[in-house]
Design a protein around this ligand. Sequence first.
Ligand SMILES: *[C@@H]1O[C@H](CO)[C@@H](O)[C@H](O)[C@H]1NC(C)=O
Ligand SMILES: *[C@@H]1O[C@H](CO)[C@@H](O)[C@H](O)[C@H]1NC(C)=O
Ligand SMILES: *[C@@H]1O[C@H](CO)[C@@H](O)[C@H](O)[C@H]1NC(C)=O
Ligand SMILES: *[C@@H]1O[C@H](CO)[C@@H](O)[C@H](O)[C@H]1NC(C)=O
Ligand SMILES: *[C@@H]1O[C@H](CO)[C@@H](O)[C@H](O)[C@H]1NC(C)=O
Length: 817
Amino acid sequence: MLNIKLKLFFILLFFVYNVVSESSFIPKDQRAEIFKLTDNKVAVFRVTIPENEFASLKRKANFVTAYDINAKNDVIKKTVNLINSQNLEEIFPGNDFKKLLPDLPMNKDGYPTIDYTKYLLSDSKFEYIMTEYYVSFIVFKTFNDDSYLNLINVLYVLSGLEMSPDATVDENFLFIMNIFGKDKVTKDEEDGKYYLLDKDEDEDYYEFPFEYEYYDEYYGEEDYGDDNANLEKRRRRVRRQNIKRRGLGRREYEDYNADDFKKLLESYDFSKYDNPAEEEIDEFDFKTKNGTMEVEVNNKKSNFKKITFSLGGHFSRNFAKPAYNIKIRGGKELYGRRQFKLRSDPADPTYLRSKLVSDIHNRLGVPSISANYATLYINDEYMGLFVLTDAYKETWIEYVYGEKDTKLLYKCNISDLTYETRNGFKNENNEITDRKELYEFLAAMTTAQTPSEIEHIFDVDQFVTEIALEYLTSAWDHFMNQHNYYIYKNYKNNKWIYLAYDFDLDLGLNTYETDVTTTQSFDELSYPSLVEKLILNDFDKFNNTIKEIVTNAFNPGVLFPHIDELKAFIKPYVELDKTPDENGKSPGRINLNDDILFSMDQWDESSEFTDINSTISGLKLFILLKYRYICKEYGIQCDPKYLSDDYKTTTAATATKTTTVVPEPTEDVEPTITTTTKTTTTTTTTKTTTKTTTTTTTTTTKTTTTTTTTPEPTKTPEFKCMAEVIGYPCCTSKQTKVYRTDEYGDWSFNFLKLQWCGLTKYEPKTENDEDVCWARKLGYPCCEKCPLLTLYKDSNGSWGLEHLRWCGIIESQCSKN
Ligand SMILES: *[C@@H]1O[C@H](CO)[C@@H](O)[C@H](O)[C@H]1NC(C)=O
Ligand SMILES: *[C@@H]1O[C@H](CO)[C@@H](O)[C@H](O)[C@H]1NC(C)=O
Ligand SMILES: *[C@@H]1O[C@H](CO)[C@@H](O)[C@H](O)[C@H]1NC(C)=O
Ligand SMILES: *[C@@H]1O[C@H](CO)[C@@H](O)[C@H](O)[C@H]1NC(C)=O
Ligand SMILES: *[C@@H]1O[C@H](CO)[C@@H](O)[C@H](O)[C@H]1NC(C)=O
């Protein structure tokens, strides 16, 4: 009998493997193998690069944007102008400034004429100075420089003079004299240099004048209440802003016609053309080809002798933990892909947005990158948790469309797919200079007035789906913002296709307050003219596409269980990603210019129904509110459970508690079959139940009858902890932190071995449990849940499979199914 079972087991393993490898969220899984294999186990990337290059990487990660420099320069300029606007002879009467401050330029009337441009920061100077956090210290360092005029010396001297009681003195000027004057500054008599006294203990430094003005000018002051009474007011403001933006963003093309374009394109000399959007390798870019890599996927290691490793991301470069790009060279691949991004998604407190929006694309079968999770080590230094994605590159096109070395894959920097914005594209292949096909395409897109005019050159259906997704996820940084997408001309049907990426700011990040963002009608948004042509001209199609997406993917019934599952899956890794080392730095935070770190509680709450602030929506809250609005506006029959106003409070509290993911069995679950268990993952039964049952009540009905002892000592192993029942080790005395709780009690996680361990002591159950679990006598557990399939029946009873072990089915409990 055991032989038959074993045979069945092999067949079944194959079956389980196939089922499991297709994630339940993505039914017809067309993702690359690497993403299927990482659904239940986080991949481990170990990159090795020369030590000196690692040091250089760390230095270059300390990137600052021109924007930051401009903001600091603005403070410097305003501070110098403030000093220039003071009449020193009136404020400090009776002094001979020519003697006191011979270097200070002054006009006849007694006003200084200092040239602020001498103090402005440049990229290189800024890199040195930015180790200072507070603007006042940056200003101090900048002014304390003898190359033109030492302004600290000026303020030091002035602060020692007596002020006229009649003079009206600017408050900010007094402040600056105070913090850079004799009270706070000391002059070293030996070297003649100025130093700040106890700067770190003095709160006066922290609010330097002018510091926030630039930001207000840049972003506009936002002054409105949070209460609901203000909702209409806020909505109107947003609407006004959008209409203004739209007016500016749209161009008129009436003056072009197809013949003009034809002539124009004929006269181009494309051979001379430079790739205009070619990215310059600047001082802060890091890239090395001297890398090797070992990747562990599902307990299996793959080694690569040649990789290119670089700092990635643009926006994310402003944050503490940078992202990375990896390219595998030498004709090798990692389960179906060669180029990867390890995204740090620092603005997303949940680490879920990139993954979720990729999954939605994959679930709908829309051409797209995919996502899962990975941890990264560089030269054995742990860099934290990352979102692993593939990237639209020539190799991706080859895998997905079968075309080798495409010449027609363009990355968009800024373009609305019109001829006017043709310079916003960069060919992925730097050697391609001929842009004729691109320009012809853009010219045709510009002159066309209706969808039917461009259907033969552009995949309109796919574009409409993408715009519908952008609308549903309130994504503002793709086509709607003329940014973050690729276009590729599919050589098979000669149609260009729109491919979106960078989903980390979708689903309510950096937008408006959640209630405003989720209730914007499509018409209220600012959108490029192409959207008007292709969508407003055929709104029924858009309407139907919205319905289809909402029914199949964008709804809480589908997304919430998936979010719960993902949260349980990544939680221990997120925790480790936030754990500081002995120097107080969390892993991978190598850009010292930023120290925003969302707490574990913020991670948890903001993936549920809590907004962190007006620009960071609670993930589930965003989905719920958007769903409700869309259901109403698009007349969709939606799940009443989520439409009810009671929903939010009841589910929010229980959602995280009820969901648990069964840990992945390790290789030593069943000693007899170790060779085949490598590829296996969680059992299918748990996944299907999370999908169909959503409330707390179901979990309590399942009793722990499976773990009773048996009088036959030879067959029943002795368990020290509950985890051992399903093949997991017990935790050592040092591991005490609970990361998860399920029917096997509390679990901790061993980060060195990347393995779960059990904390709850094994308690033998009472005798009469044995009457229920008939299989226990035979040395097997009973099935915790009623399996979908009865795999085998013999005279003892019916057998199912759970956690890759045989289990006896308790007919009395499962007969109803
Ligand atoms: C993208 O466009 C912006 C704005 O026009 C420009 O400043 C930037 O240099 C461009 N980047 C690339 C890589 O072309
Ligand atoms: C990296 O590789 C380049 C080119 O092969 C070589 O010139 C350079 O010296 C290498 N750097 C290190 C640190 O090994
Ligand atoms: C919201 O919180 C983030 C992270 O702490 C912060 O960077 C951002 O400035 C905040 N936004 C607002 C509007 O308060
Ligand atoms: C979408 O179509 C439905 C009819 O199927 C209609 O009731 C609804 O108003 C439409 N929505 C929009 C925003 O046009
Ligand atoms: C089940 O019953 C059969 C006899 O019908 C017996 O041979 C077998 O050993 C029993 N136990 C197991 C574990 O199959």
